[in-house]
Design a protein around this ligand. Structure first.
Ligand SMILES: [Ca+2]
Ligand SMILES: [Ca+2]
Length: 136
C-alpha cells in the first residue's frame, strides 16, 4: 500500500515536471530558462546581464510552441535593466529568406507602457531606431 502510494506520488511529480517543468542553461554570465506549458516550450526567460533577474522573454503560443529555431510570437525586453519591461517586439510575418516583419512597441517615458510603435524587418535598423527614440 505504501509502495503503491509512493509510485503514484513519484509518477504525479514526473508528469507534472513533464507538463510544466523548466530547464536552465546558458553561457557564463547569462541564464536562459525554457518553460513548458502542458508539455510544450512556450516561454524562454533570459537573464542577459547575469544579475539573477530575467530581462528578456521570448513568448510562444501553445499551438505554435518552440521547436528548433522557430521564431517567438513576441519578445519582451527590459533593455535598461531597471526591472521594468520597455520593449515589445511582435512578429507580424515570418519570412524564410529574410528577417521577419516585426512591430516594435516602445516605452519611451519609462512608465512600463508602450507609447511609440513602428514596423521594421531589419533587427539592426530596429535596434538603431530604439536607441534614437530613448537613448538605449
Ligand atoms: Ca538580468
Ligand atoms: Ca526597463
Amino acid at each position: 500500500m505504501i509502495i503503491t502510494g509512493l509510485v503514484v506520488f513519484v509518477g504525479t511529480l514526473a508528469l507534472g515536471w513533464y507538463l510544466f517543468g523548466w530547464s536552465t542553461e546558458g553561457p557564463p554570465g547569462m541564464r536562459i530558462t525554457a518553460k513548458r506549458y502542458f508539455g510544450r516550450i512556450t516561454l524562454f526567460e533570459i537573464d542577459r546581464n547575469g544579475d539573477g533577474v530575467p530581462d528578456a522573454r521570448a513568448e510562444y503560443s501553445w499551438s505554435h510552441p518552440y521547436v528548433h529555431h522557430t521564431l517567438p510570437q513576441r519578445n519582451v525586453l527590459d533593455n535598461n535593466f531597471d526591472g521594468i519591461w520597455d520593449t515589445w517586439i511582435v512578429t507580424i510575418a515570418e519570412n524564410l529568406h529574410e528577417f521577419p516583419l516585426c512591430r516594435y512597441e516602445v516605452d519611451t517615458d519609462l512608465d512600463g507602457l508602450p507609447d511609440v510603435e513602428f514596423i521594421e524587418s531589419d533587427p539592426y535598423a530596429g535596434n538603431e531606431r530604439l536607441r534614437s527614440l530613448r537613448g538605449f
